[in-house]
Design a protein around this ligand. Structure first.
Ligand code: ZN
Length: 500
């Protein structure tokens, strides 16, 4: 395989190859094997707890329905008692987002102080205390309301996507269980009810811009959401985290389209807001993380990065790219070259650098305006508002293999996206990325039966998605064909017998 193809073209080729099949790919989550080098404190347990906090901050930064993604990094300067959030977005960072984060952070500081003043007994305990019931309720509701109002469009769009499916699933379940619901099914019923009610309230607010809730109404919505979130968590954790799938299979097997309902996904998506609020409240209540909310916080926004990627200008140019990768010519490459030309119009494509990659690149560089922060390494986990695309995941892996600082995120959903561009990187990183992409492309071609490897000179296996083979039947068929070939006097003769 070649190392010379522009990595961006390989991402485009993979995106087209998987265009119709992406949803069937398993989701990849990447939390194992992290060695945390710097957290808010040196304590390992405390450091791990900052993972969901950073992901929650990235998530609450999203206000629009789609296509908005943010990544957040954290630096702490304990000597000067300062903390800095660096934020990057796929299309840059709007000014109003910084103002929103400053506002939410200020209320978290308030909440942290109120919790500190209301600690229960055992003030020296190493563990964070339970969130005291009833304490600082107005502040918690304020934070909840601010986040709902800022992210209203996103929350309503997400709710619309999952609400009907979840509601249909629940109705089927209730119909199926004539004697009433118990255990996890009762939890699911409560969770569904609470999450759908939250969605309905937010939709009402979204539809009528003049509509306002009273403080009492916000308190009710907040408390019901927290309760729904608790029930959702129990359903997600049921039967060691497999209960959701079992329930969906049991009830959804009869669906004539798309297989069982994606119950876990629906619950996770609809529960995302209450879950993030709970994470932020736990952060404010944490004894060990308290310094983070006492230090002076600043925010820096990473400028958006866009690159114009030159594309092959003709079918022959794409054909050369494909043949260069496989180092052999295959008949299917001609059609694929034409399809690529149609899919990606030359001469060039405007591509955004995705936020997690541009954030990593920003943190690696020195900046004239922030020399003091340049010397403070960031926490080596980045919060991201959604799982990374597969090209970003590979780029971060390639970056981590360069021998310098390692950076982690919560993982990748395994899908290919193009337009996509990597940050302007050194030659070694570009080469390493090209190598990884070539490997992925080769694996795809081999798996799809479009090539076979020279070493074993075996013909390609059945294409992906073919019917399962029946070994016994295959054996009989193979024997019949062998006899036919023998009787015909050779393979060529056997073929010609069928050509008329
Ligand atoms: Zn990406």
């Amino acid at each position: 395989m070649s190392n010379e193809t522009d990595p961006h073209l390989l991402v485009a080729i993979m995106q087209r190859a998987f265009a119709q099949k992406q949803d069937s790919f398993p989701r990849r989550v990447n939390l194992e094997g992290h060695t945390l080098e710097r957290g808010i404190t040196e304590d390992r347990i405390t450091s791990i707890r900052t993972f969901p906090i950073l992901d929650a901050i990235a998530s609450l930064s999203v206000s629009q329905g789609t296509h908005e993604v943010y990544a957040v990094a954290l630096q702490v300067d304990p000597v000067n008692q300062k903390i800095r959030l660096t934020i990057a977005g796929n299309q840059g960072v709007p000014v109003y987002l910084k103002a929103h984060l400053v506002k939410v952070w200020g209320k978290l500081q308030e909440l942290s102080t109120q919790y500190a003043e209301n600690r229960g007994l055992d003030p020296n305990s190493e563990r964070s205390p339970r969130v005291p019931k009833g304490v600082a309720l107005p502040t918690r509701v304020d934070i909840f309301r601010d986040i709902c109002q800022f992210s209203l469009e996103k929350l309503v769009t997400r709710g619309e996507k999952w609400r009907a499916g979840l509601s249909h699933f629940m109705r089927q379940l209730v119909k199926h269980r004539k004697t009433g619901l118990q255990g996890v099914e009762l939890d699911l019923f409560h969770a569904t009810l609470g999450l759908l009610k939250l969605h309905k309230s937010l939709s009402g607010l979204h539809l009528d811009s003049k509509k306002e809730f009273t403080h009492k109404e916000w308190v009710d919505i907040y408390q019901e959401s927290m309760w729904a979130s608790k029930c959702t968590q129990r359903v997600l954790e049921y039967d060691n985290g497999t209960g959701c799938e079992k329930l969906a299979r049991k009830l959804g097997g009869r669906r004539c389209y798309g297989g069982p309902f994606r119950l876990r996904r629906a619950l996770e998506k609809l529960n995302s807001l209450p879950r993030n609020i709970k994470i932020l409240v736990a952060f404010a209540n944490s004894r060990r993380l308290r310094p983070a909310l006492q230090y002076a916080m600043s925010i820096v926004a990473v400028p958006a990065q866009t690159r114009f990627i030159p594309l092959p200008r003709s079918q022959d140019d794409w054909l050369l790219v494909l043949q260069n990768e496989t180092e052999q010519h295959y008949p299917w490459q001609l059609g694929e070259a034409e399809a690529l030309l149609q899919a990606f119009k030359p001469p060039r494509k405007k591509c955004d650098v995705h936020c997690e990659c541009s954030l990593i690149q920003y943190l690696e560089r020195c900046h004239a305006s922030g020399t003091a922060w340049d010397k403070i390494p960031p926490f080596n986990y980045l919060g991201v508002s959604k799982l990374s695309c597969y090209a970003c995941y590979l780029w971060i892996t390639a970056f981590n293999e360069q021998g310098g600082r390692k950076i982690f995120t919560r993982g990748s959903h395994g899908k290919w996206c193009f337009p996509w561009a990597m940050p302007n990187s050194g030659k070694n990183l570009v080469r390493s990325m090209a190598k990884k992409l070539s490997k992925e492309y080769y694996a795809y071609l081999s798996m799809s039966g479009l090539i076979w490897l020279d070493e074993d000179s075996t013909p390609p296996s059945s294409p992906v998605g073919g019917e399962d083979s029946d070994t016994e039947e295959d054996g009989e068929r193979a024997a019949m064909i062998a006899t036919m070939v023998e009787e015909s006097g050779g393979i060529a003769e056997a073929f010609s017998a069928f050509l008329y």
